[in-house]
Design a protein around this ligand. Sequence first.
Ligand code: 3SL
Length: 245
Amino acid sequence: MKIFIYHTPELTPIEETPECAIAVDVLRATTTMAAVLAAGGEAVQVFSDLDKLMAVSQQWPAEKRLRAGERGGQKLAGFDLGNSPLDCTAEVVQGKRLFISTTNGTRALQRIEKSPIVLASALVNRAATVKFLLQKQPETVWIVGSGWEGSFSLEDTVCAGAIAHSICQQTNSSLEAITGNDEVTSAIALYSQWQDDLLGLFYQASHGKRLVRLDGLEDLKYCSQTDILDVLPIQHEPGVLKNHY
Ligand code: 3SL
């Protein structure tokens, strides 16, 4: 297995696809997706375009749908939810499909949607992601960070490093054996330095600071937890993700 990390959707190659592609948006879209499916949500359907989200979700039975919209870290008017994983309790999401559009995370998923296997991962479901990769043994894995409007983000990179680090450890592989590009080495180094204080790293991150300003400290704490959800969002049809487990 060769792992490649791309820090943003914009940096991700378009002329080829890997066997398995993983979108990561730790703060907060892929954490929220994992939380929805862990709480019994039927599926998550992602959109970059808000009008399209409204039109497609309109076709779905009203009692079985939730609409989540976020821009700039804030909930959009007219939507049931913003993008907080803490809102995704069983009472709210059980049996429902979440139609969601966020600033960066949904764009990352759309960038990789043509890959044969598409996953959505975060720190909360890192172990479930690694378990799947070790069972499936894809030859090439791309981990695509969502970043923030085209820029690098610490939180997505540390999560990509956490996944690669665990693959290395569990397979007793050398770094060289699994590394597809230089980004993997630096992401593992970042994770190795901060693994015991991920919340501390998020306080340094520009989007972490933005969320704290927007009263999102509890979200930051939730998203900084590792391996707490045994759930893996996997794409069933373009843009529609369900739990693999
Ligand atoms: O950028 C995104 O897709 C969001 O996850 C951003 S936020 O955490 O909801 O502000």
